[in-house]
Design a binder for this molecule. Structure first.
Ligand code: MCN
Length: 761
């Protein structure tokens, strides 16, 4: 099929769920009410680390209307080994023996009235023997404070099979990469540059807070949940209960955002246990405040050292990255490894040495958040890139051009780059930013600057996606997939892919939402994997259905190419409007695990996702205030299945990262979180947005992808932070190395540079 002849792929089909959402009819778990349903409220730890001596639930139980109060020990009576987690089985459903972070769930109250449950939860008290805490990721490497005495690898995912953790330390995973001889590279270099960069702890802030409902049935359990991973939830709940998977059903309607917060198990194990204990449906809906204690983004420290020749070739790079995983590993080990192997950046460097560590600390757990570690890495390596260019008096664009990793060249793992339009992303960024033209740097107290940054991400493999296409007797089509539409537009894009193969308008395809009793397996909706991985499975399922239509026509004695309308085919076969044609497709990309000692592999990823950002800023030198005037986001998405959605994915990702760059930060004092509310934790509002946001998907094709497509949901997050820091440096000559880039930090740096440092607050 040529590009020209495509009718559905490449068309900006309006969102299939658009009308339901704007009229308030779209289904969300928050709206679900079941007969006899109880509401759960969680009592949480107020200390960051301690042994539980006593939990007193008597006052809570005495409240009229309280159905039951449940502690970790009650759960252990139902589930003998009540620990879960995608990498390690380290997280108890309710705390047992110890608490490891502020906000950890310790007990739950059940009541028919959520207000009564809340009131009762506030009456629970707990006594702890407080233990010393460790909160910093670098200190956690050598701290005598050990968060977990024993580590139990989950063994669920093939790419994490080698996990063991280091007993007696806080290291959940250490990833090493050795390419060439980095010390020889440093020795041969004309200049050495070394910097350290840090990122803060932030939260996903889906505007639909996490919510799950568990409904016990006849020897079975149904879980309705705002999850990005229905198939995983089924497997993990069945494992915890010791049940076969066919007794656990997981249903997911639309999500009001997920951003990686709603992956693996979040509330599902707790509601499942509570519903089985109470023998009634149980709903647990978090408040916005509780989300801060549930899952966050890894704070990180990145030390980066480069050896560069006088003409600007990077010949050696050492990267040491420490990821602050908080009290439970969640998927942090995969962040550490998968993002870790790209830590040297999108540059062609002969000698690379990477050390990447996932660490336990006494903070709320960190996991996947849009970009999966890449924004933390790009923040460091692209700030470093500009610092080097500046020191060598090279244009930052030229310096990048000289070193960029081009197709056909090996990435640090040894995997040869293919269909990764890094150079094109850089060129389009330069063109859009008018880089060659003189730039007005402003005057007086308002100074302007501009900066660029590029990065890339590997996709996740090996993972499985299965799709089913069902053609009904009237010729209409249902698409059965477990991909979760959390706002990214997957229902629309998947309908387009199926429709393209089946020669239907996309609007005519009905996408059936994840229901593990009905829709087939999908590993997860994360890592910008759905368009590529599930898109492949959908295409194969639709092709399978087409082949079955052709076989039916042949069976009915029709000549090849007769193109008889489907309803007529069914009528001829069954004598009436009856029957189905069902097509299946499954997809698992190839992958080769990195070597344990060297981190090298010929096949690190099925595809690469390049993305870059250009920023123009204005800095007020009297206040340190920064206004981002213009943000240009460029990515390689391969073929856009739905160009309009690709554009909104780019702007959405960039705006999210803008918050992580300028304002968002979870602030801790002595292990206590001091700003767990949207009044004090500031996500960008409309007035904070740049006047101009431009987005572009470069002209490229991912030859391994369905119709040439690959993922784009995270690509615009990569470059935002360093592009803005580089622009601030360009405007006023100061360099910040920690996020967020607060006005106070900028003003302090400005005053320090003028030799008039401000007194410490
Ligand atoms: N798309 C397309 N053509 C392509 C690639 C993508 O048309 N070549 C469009 C499709 O409509 C697709 C969407 O872009 O549904 C995103 O596709 P993809 O990059 O494959 O990502 P996923 O569908 O796997 O979604 C996950 C990704 C991630 S990892 C996070 S986190 C994220 C994101 O997407 N969270 C989001 N985008 C989000 N958008 C919203 N509104 N809410 C979230 O929680």
């Amino acid at each position: 099929m040529t590009e020209m002849s495509r009718a559905q792929v490449g068309r900006s089909v309006p969102r299939v769920e658009g009308r339901a959402k704007v009229t308030g009819r779209a289904e969300y778990v928050h709206n679900l009410r079941l007969p006899g349903m109880l509401h759960a409220k969680v009592f949480r730890s107020v200390i960051a680390h301690g042994r539980i001596k006593r939990i007193d639930t008597s006052a809570a139980r005495a409240i009229t209307g309280v159905y039951r109060v449940v502690t970790g020990e009650d759960i252990r009576a139902l589930i003998p080994n009540p620990y879960y987690g995608p990498a390690f089985h380290d997280q108890p459903i309710l705390a047992l023996d110890k608490v490891r972070h502020v906000g950890e769930p310790v007990a739950a109250v059940l009541a028919a009235d959520p207000h009564i449950a809340e009131e009762a939860a506030e009456l629970i008290t707990a006594e702890y023997e407080e233990l010393p805490i460790v909160v910093d990721e670098v200190e956690a490497m050598t701290s005598p404070v050990i968060v977990h005495d024993v580590l139990k690898p989950a063994g669920t995912f093939p790419d994490l099979k080698h996990l063991e953790g280091k007993r007696g330390t806080n290291v959940a995973l250490d990833f090493h990469l050795r390419r060439g001889d980095v010390e020889a590279g440093f020795a041969a270099a004309d200049r050495i540059f070394e910097h350290e960069f840090r990122t803060q702890q932030v939260m996903h802030t889906p505007l639909e807070p996490m919510v799950s409902v568990a409904e016990p049935g006849d020897n079975a359990l149904t879980i309705h949940t705002s999850s990005q991973t229905p198939s995983f939830v089924r497997t993990e709940i069945a494992r915890l209960l010791g049940w076969p998977e066919n007794r656990v059903r997981v249903r997911v309607p639309y999500l009001g955002g997920g951003f990686g917060a709603k992956v693996y198990i979040k509330l599902e194990a707790l509601v499942a246990a509570l519903a089985l204990i109470a023998r009634r449906p149980v709903k647990l809906a978090l408040t916005m405040e509780e989300q801060f204690y549930t899952i966050t983004k890894h704070p990180s420290t990145f030390r980066i050292k480069s050896g560069v020749t006088k003409d600007g070739r990077i010949i050696a790079r050492r990267c040491d990255v420490w990821w602050n995983g908080g009290a439970y590993a969640d998927i942090g080990p995969r962040v550490t490894q998968k993002s870790g192997f790209t830590a040297a950046g999108p540059y062609d460097i002969e000698n690379v040495h990477i050390e990447s560590y996932a660490l336990y600390t006494n903070r709320p757990p960190a996991g996947a958040l849009r970009g999966f570690g890449i924004p933390q890495l790009v923040w460091a390596y692209e700030s470093h890139t500009d610092l080097i260019a500046r020191a060598l008096k090279l244009d930052p664009l030229e310096f990048r051009r000289k070193n960029i990793l081009r197709d056909g060249r090996p990435q640090a793992t040894g995997t040869i780059m293919r269909d990764a339009a890094l150079d094109l992303v850089l060129e389009r960024l330069a063109a859009r930013m008018n880089w060659r033209q003189a730039f007005d740097h402003g005057s007086g107290t308002l100074r302007r600057g501009r900066g660029i940054a590029i990065g890339f991400k590997a996709s996740i493999a090996p993972t499985t996606s299965v799709a089913m296409v069902n053609l009904y007797a009237d010729g209409s089509c249902g698409l059965y997939i477990s991909t979760v539409d959390m706002g990214q537009g997957s229902d629309t894009a998947m309908a387009q892919i199926a429709a393209e193969v089946l020669d239907l308008p996309a609007e005519a395809v009905r996408v059936v939402h994840p229901d593990t009793d009905v829709t087939p397996y999908d590993m997860a909706t994360l890592g910008s994997r759905s368009t590529y991985h599930m898109g492949h499975a959908v295409r194969l399922a639709a092709e399978d259905a087409r082949a079955r239509i052709a076989a039916l026509a042949k069976e009915l004695g029709l000549p090849e190419g007769s193109n008889m309308p489907l309803p007529e085919l069914f009528r001829r076969k069954y004598g009436m409007q009856a029957g189905n044609i069902v097509g299946f497709g499954s997809f698992v990309p190839s992958y080769a695990s990195p070597d344990h000692d060297t981190g090298l592999t010929p096949n690190a990823t099925p595809y690469w996702m390049p993305g870059g950002t250009g920023a123009e800023v204005e800095v007020d030198t009297e206040t340190g205030q920064v206004r981002v005037l213009r943000l240009v986001n460029i990515a390689d998405a391969g073929t856009p299945i739905n160009p309009k959605i690709v554009e909104t994915q780019l702007s959405g990702g960039a705006i999210m990262q803008l918050g992580f760059t300028l304002t968002e930060e979870m602030i801790f004092q002595s292990g206590q979180l001091t700003n767990a509310s949207l009044a004090d934790y500031k996500i960008p509002g409309f007035l904070d947005l740049p006047a101009a946001i431009e987005n572009e998907a470069v002209a490229s094709v991912e030859h391994g992808g369905p119709f040439g497509a690959k993922g784009v949901g995270e690509s615009a997050t990569f470059g935002v932070s360093p592009a803005i820091a580089n622009a601030i440096d360009d405007a006023v000559g100061v360099r910040l190395t920690s996020l967020p880039l607060r006005p106070e930090a900028i003003l302090r740096a400005l005053r320090a540079a003028q030799g008039e440092p401000l007194a410490e607050a």
